[in-house]
Design a binder for this molecule. Structure first.
Ligand code: F6P
Length: 405
């Protein structure tokens, strides 16, 4: 039977490596056609399918795909309602599956996308369909349960730590007081902001404070700490998560006038935290203050991808296909860490219901709230994930990408 694969949610640098893993393993196991859904399940509902056997017909294209940021197939943020509320959508999806003789459905995404896999596999059970649904995890947020970490996190963490190192050098050149606030993505989980702690080393004093959404943030507490730090050091670099919250539960970015709307999953668009805090620093302390929002740069910087991440993303895609070939459905492939030194992770599968719509945050015992830093345990967890580089293919001085014509 044929296979279909889609990508959904915010992209990562490694999501196309998972696509390569699904495609090559499906071909290896004898799938006749591997379809790609354009713009995820939203595109599938409109029968927007491409034939990956044509688009990925040589090994050079696969190598380029692994080095291409964002979603090769396009993405969506589409929430399937429950079958009892909108069965028409389910009927449409299953009729397209039947029309294209598709027996295996793979969806590469985060916790919201796993909700789609969970709903479709439950519906398949209900109607007695034999189609198998398997999730392939991805997200820079690293907030999926049941897996040691998520593909995409290692590369984004490598970018964040590298950028922090470079900023620490840049901000220390003048002999004057300054504060640089750097805003990192991750929604309600501080994993990616925590990666700022990796910047510290023999050649870098590291960032001065790190604030995660896992612990409440107060403006007064922030300014007390800042004033104390400025007595020790003139130029400070501070990492803040886009999702830091006040004790009353409001996001700090909601204090800014630039606050934005929500997506279909009810997630507020988080932006403007660094700008707001830098403005407050300039007003209250009368010193030079700069805001840097890493924004989408941190999830598309394939020029500094982690080789470990790319290789693992491929494996988790291939693992999903193997699981489906063994008859599994309603599951997602995950990483189970077997050792830290030397690092190794096995690919297994876990029930999709335990992953869909759940959020895994940074353990509180890994956050040093005295120093506003991360502990050694976090560093030992994260360091293996950023190891190795995948050199881009350069053309005319720029990295070359694979794109759909
Ligand atoms: O979930 C991944 C993520 O990149 C978050 O870190 C971020 O808050 C969100 O997506 C941004 O969403 P969008 O790309 O829809 O603006």
């Amino acid at each position: 039977m044929n296979v279909v694969v889609g990508q959904s949610g915010g992209p990562t640098v490694a999501i196309n490596a998972s696509l390569a893993g699904v495609f090559e393993e499906a071909v290896r196991l004898g799938a006749e056609k591997v379809y790609g859904m354009q713009n995820g399940i939203a595109g599938f509902l409109q029968e927007k399918l491409v034939e990956l056997n044509d688009l990925l017909d040589d090994s050079e294209k696969i190598e380029l795909l692994k080095r291409t940021p964002a979603c090769f197939l396009g993405s969506c943020r589409h929430k399937l309602k429950g079958a009892e509320q909108n069965e028409e959508e389910y009927k449409k999806i299953f009729s397209v599956l039947e029309k294209y003789d598709i027996g295996y459905f793979f969806y590469i995404g985060g916790n919201d996308s796993m909700d789609t896999v969970a709903k479709l596999s439950a519906y398949a059970n209900k109607i007695g369909s034999k189609v198998r649904f398997v999730g392939v995890p991805k997200t820079i947020d690293n907030d999926l349960t049941e897996t040691d970490h998520t593909p995409g996190y290692g590369s984004a963490a490598k970018f964040v730590a590298t950028t922090m190192k470079e900023l620490v050098r840049d901000t220390s050149i003048y002999d004057l007081y300054s504060v640089t606030i750097v805003e990192v993505m991750g929604r309600n989980a501080g994993w990616l902001t925590a990666a700022s702690a990796l910047a510290k080393g023999e050649d870098c004093c590291g960032v001065d404070m790190i604030f995660l959404p896992e612990t409440p943030f107060t403006m007064d507490g922030f300014f007390q700490k800042l004033s104390a730090k400025l007595k020790e050091k003139k130029s400070l670099v501070i990492a803040v998560s886009e999702g830091i919250k006040l004790p009353d539960g409001r996001y700090v970015c909601e204090l800014a006038s630039s606050a934005q709307g929500e997506d279909v999953f009810g997630h507020k668009q988080l932006t403007g935290t660094a700008l707001f805090l830098a403005g407050e620093c300039a007003n209250r302390l009368k010193i030079k203050a700069r805001a840097i929002e890493l924004s989408t740069l941190q999830r598309c910087a394939s020029h500094i991808a982690s080789l470990t991440d790319i290789e693992e993303a491929y494996r988790v895609g291939a693992g999903a296909v193997q699981a489906a070939a063994e008859g599994k459905s309603g599951v997602a492939s995950v990483f189970i860490r077997t050792a830290n030194e030397p690092y190794s992770c096995a690919v297994e599968v876990r029930e999709i219901d335990k992953i869909a719509n759940q959020e895994k945050t940074v353990p509180l015992e890994w956050i040093d709230t005295e120093k506003d830093d991360l502990t050694e345990e976090y560093l030992a967890y994260a360091r293996p994930l950023i190891q190795g580089e995948l050199t881009p293919v350069f053309e005319n001085g720029l990295p070359k990408h694979l794109c759909m014509k």
